[in-house]
Design a protein around this ligand. Structure first.
Ligand code: LAC
Length: 377
């Protein structure tokens, strides 16, 4: 899907979605970290029926995977976020709607299937009244949780995006006052985000909505423990934001291992649900995260590649493939249900070793194209 998306998309759209911070080390590390985890499967367990279903914050879903918030869905396809929501609904998984959507909140929520679950991702505005209005609108329109992005006081430096001018429509859901178009898409859409956001704001955010709060972008055990002890937080997403914020931030899966160990040692592992995102491209990646104690994983770019390639049908195909791969991995590990997935089913001893002697990442090699260097006259 990524290869097809690349052919279908504009340079501007491709540059924005595919890029990450600085040298893109953290983006690649999200993939390579999975290659340092191996399975310890169980056998002879009657695998004639396998069930991948679970629930997230009380909402049932067909598998422990959700589509994460991604800005400007119409850079992929005219359907934009509506196409993502249609596919998520048909596959019975959660869709986290973005603040920086190219579709309106009404259109995204209007496209929700009857029994489907949507969450709303929030970037907090310097003008708190605008944020309160937006959050309340999302709740009225039926969103079931509020995922506050906590790893983005500013958007990271993504050089491949910065080389492009932003020529598209700005986000529909929350318009910025000023739009600078000469420094790439990320700069153009984010000027109004409040860099002063801090732990003390969570109580206020909890006071303006009944939606449970999710903190998206936790990156170490210290902050995970603060979140787990916070009276208003119900879930966290352990994530380096697709490698798009701080280069050399550790991978989502490595941080998940650290966070779960810390929560368990304090007896807090059941206080909050723990999700992760970053680099999930295979069902085995998903299973590894569940073995580590994660409750679900988010995908971003894979859904966008499906959308850019074939609209909502492409997104649905991505979800089908991941579900089939997860089912297969569960069969091979001896897990009939999500509840059977255990920490001892993986060997993650090398996870913290940041070494480069890992198998080559074929997906990356196929799709990466270096900056064409213009020779000096
Ligand atoms: C990004 C923001 C918008 O990563 O989430 O571009």
């Amino acid at each position: 899907m990524e290869a097809i998306a690349r052919e279908e998309m504009t340079d501007e759209g491709w540059g924005y979605y595919s890029s990450a911070a600085d040298d893109e080390v953290s983006m690649r590390e999200n993939r390579t970290a999975f290659q340092r985890i191996f399975f310890r499967p169980r056998v002879l367990r009657d695998m004639s029926a396998v069930d991948t279903s679970t629930s997230l914050l009380g909402s049932p879903c067909a598998m422990p995977l959700y589509i994460s918030a991604c800005a400007l869905g119409k850079l992929a396809h005219p359907l934009g976020e509506v196409g993502l929501t249609m596919a998520a609904g048909r596959q019975h998984i959660v869709h986290m709607l973005p603040t920086l959507a190219s579709s309106s909140l009404e259109d995204m929520c209007g496209a929700r299937a009857l029994d489907a679950t949507q969450w709303f991702q929030l970037y907090v505005n310097r003008d708190r009244a605008k944020t309160a209005e937006l959050v309340q609108k999302a709740e009225q329109l039926g969103c079931k949780a509020l995922a506050i992005t906590v790893d983005a006081p500013l958007l990271g430096r993504r050089e491949r995006d910065m080389r492009n001018k932003f020529s598209s429509e700005p986000p529909k859901v929350q318009k910025g006052a000023e739009i600078r178009r000469d420094g790439g898409t990320a700069r153009a859409i984010s000027a109004w985000i409040d860099p002063a956001l801090n732990w003390n704001d969570l109580q206020w955010l909890a006071s303006i909505t009944r939606m449970p709060l999710i903190l998206k972008g936790i990156q170490c055990s210290e902050d995970a423990l603060l979140a787990a002890r916070h009276p208003n937080v119900r879930a966290i997403v352990v994530s380096n934001h697709g490698g798009r914020q701080l280069d050399y931030a550790r991978s989502g899966v490595e941080m998940l291992a650290e966070v779960m160990a810390a929560l368990r040692s304090e007896g807090l592992q059941n206080r909050i649900e723990v999700y992760m995102d970053g680099g999930v491209r295979r069902g085995t990646d998903l299973l590894k995260c569940l073995c580590l104690g994660g409750r679900a994983v988010g995908i971003g770019r894979p859904a966008l590649w499906g959308l850019a390639s074939y609209g909502d049908a492409g997104v649905e195909r991505v979800l089908e493939i991941l579900k089939e791969e997860l089912r297969m991995a569960m069969v091979m590990c001896g897990c009939k249900s999500i509840a059977d997935i255990r920490p001892e089913m993986i060997d993650a001893r090398s996870l913290q070793a940041h070494i480069s002697t890992v198998p080559a990442d074929r997906l990356f090699e196929i799709n990466y194209r270096p900056l064409p260097l213009v020779s000096r006259l």
